[in-house]
Structures are given as C-alpha cells and as structure tokens.
Design a protein. Structure first.
Length: 261
C-alpha cells in the first residue's frame, strides 16, 4: 500500500479495501490534505480489480471530530466561494461506485458525522458520539449534514439536533435508522463490519455496484422516476455473465462462481 500522512490503507480480506483515518493528535479532524488523501485512496480502491467493497473507519476514540476548525477559522467568504471549500468532500458520495461501510467509534462530530452519513452503510458502537455542533462555533453544517441527517431521521429531530448542537449516541443513531446497527464494543464493531464487507465481497461486482447505484437514486429522485431508474438498471444486468451464472447455480443447487463480468 502507498504511504500517506493522514490515513492508512489496507486490503484486510479478499475483495475488501480499508481506509483508516489516522490523524490521532487532532482526533482525525478533517483538514484539506486529509480529504485529498482520502479521495486518492478511494479513487484507487474504486478502480482496483481486487476490491469490491470499502470500509472507512477511524480509531476507537474518534471516527473524526469534524472539519479542521483551525484551518477554517481565518477563511473568508471570497476564499471559500472561489475555491469551493468542502466541495471535494463529496467525491466520497459521488465518485465511488463500490459500497462504502462506515465503522464509527468515538467522536463523529460535524464534518465527521457528515462523512459517516455519506457512506452507504453506517455501523457504529453503542457509545459512539455523533452530532452536528457547528452552531456552537457560529456556523452551520457544510458537508451535507442538514440534508442527509434530515432524510435519515426526519425534519423535527434533525432541526432539534442542528439548532441545539446536542450530540447523540450510537444507540440513538441505530434506533432512528441513521445507523444500520450499533455494536456493544469497538471489537464487535470492527468484527461485524468485516463480516458484512466479506458477505458483500462474495457477490458479483456488477450486482453490488448496480444495487448501490439504485438505492442511492432513491435519495435524489421522486418515487416514480426512481422505480423506473431501478428497472432500467435491472434490465441492463441481464446483459451480465454473472446474472446467468447466479441463476444457473441456483437451479443446479451449486455455489455461484462469479466472473464479475
Ligand atoms: N478541528 C481541529 N482540531 C480539533 C478538532 C477539530 N474539529 N477537534 C479536536 N481537535 C484537536 C484539539 O484542538 C486538540 O488539539 P491540541 O491538543 O493541539 O489542543 C486535540 O484535537 C484533542 O482534542 P481535545 O483536547 O479537545 O479532546 P477532548 O477529548 O477533550 O474533546 C471533543 C473531544 C469533544 C471532540 C472536542 O475536541 C471537540 O469539541 N472538538 C470539536 C468538535 C466540533 O465542533 N466539530 C465540528 C467542526 S465544524 C465542521 O465540521 C463544519 C462542517 O460542517 C464541515
């Protein structure tokens, strides 16, 4: 694996790529160079034949404590506007076709919460500390938090959380449907995340990428258009070898051997 300053990358299991945010001195605060490295690593996993699914995690103590406040403090409107400050963060959500599982332990605040919400599956520990505390700094969420939190938990709860800056636990996140599951310990989180990643990596890459694409469309399109979009992709997958392989294996009561074609 390539060496980075603020992140670590690995392929812990066949088909599984992992990015670990690693800026321990600042609780993984998301400075611009960290995001640049993250985008580079995700781009490499996205185009790698050996990777089907990506895990994004931090440390036990912090997934990420937010955008880098010290970097933002002197930023001006004109600088933010002309450089599209924070826009590059959304590459995670827009440029990566393979599913990304966030494994969140400890703090996931501000931009850290937003980064986790951009992922396709969110797993956390019960004691994880989520929140959008920007209001306490005299600002507002800037990396999609107001949109994704609202879609996940509904308007009234999102409004309450964003206007008060109050944090919420992994137990809450799972109860509200923001997280798919909250695990009782850090070890259980990482084990459960790997298990899900391996399950996904065991399927056809064509179907994995198609499934991610259509589920994500549900967040952007009205129902009728989304259903039509899904059907087009579904029809398209009849053109893959793996659809034939998967259905033939079922009929023959055998295990499918995917070609990813
Ligand atoms: N930016 C820059 N540095 C940060 C940081 C951040 N978001 N969060 C933590 N750090 C740094 C601290 O400054 C500290 O550095 P020093 O040792 O050099 O002082 C180091 O990380 C350790 O932090 P603490 O000593 O504060 O650790 P703690 O355990 O006492 O507290 C915490 C942990 C509650 C997470 C606290 O660090 C905190 O409140 N952090 C800020 C959280 C926040 O407001 N995030 C939102 C940022 S705004 C944003 O993200 C905008 C957006 O929508 C994109």
């Amino acid at each position: 694996a390539r060496s980075y300053e603020y992140i670590q990358t690995s392929e812990p299991k066949p088909g599984v790529g992992q990015v670990t945010l690693h800026r321990p001195k600042a609780l993984n605060a998301l400075c611009t160079p960290l995001i640049t490295e993250l985008n580079q690593a995700l781009g490499e996993f996205n185009s790698s034949d050996s990777v089907s699914v990506i895990i994004l995690t931090g440390s036990e103590k912090a997934f990420a404590a937010g955008a880098d406040i010290k970097e933002m403090a002197p930023l001006t409107f004109s600088k933010a506007y002309t450089t599209s400050f924070i826009e590059s963060w959304s590459q995670l959500a827009t440029q990566v076709k393979k599913p990304i599982i966030a494994a969140v332990s400890g703090h996931a605040l501000g931009g850290g919460c937003e980064l986790a919400m951009m992922c396709d599956i969110l797993y956390c520990t019960e004691s994880a500390n989520f929140g959008q505390p920007e209001i306490k700094l005299g600002t507002i969420p800037g990396a999609g938090g107001s949109q994704r939190l609202t879609r996940a938990v509904g308007k009234s709860k999102a409004m309450e959380l964003i206007l008060t800056g109050k944090s919420f636990s992994g137990v809450d996140a799972a109860q509200w449907g923001l997280a798919a599951k909250a695990f009782p310990s850090y070890e259980a989180l990482m084990e459960g995340t790997m298990k899900t990643a391996e399950t996904i990596a065991g399927y056809s890459k064509v179907a994995i990428i198609g499934a991610k694409e259509v589920v994500n469309k549900s967040q952007d399109l009205p129902l009728r258009d989304g259903v039509e979009y899904e059907r087009r992709v579904f029809h398209g997958i009849f053109g893959s070898q793996d659809q034939k392989i998967g259905m033939k294996a079922f009929a023959e009561k055998k295990k499918a051997e995917w070609t990813h074609e």
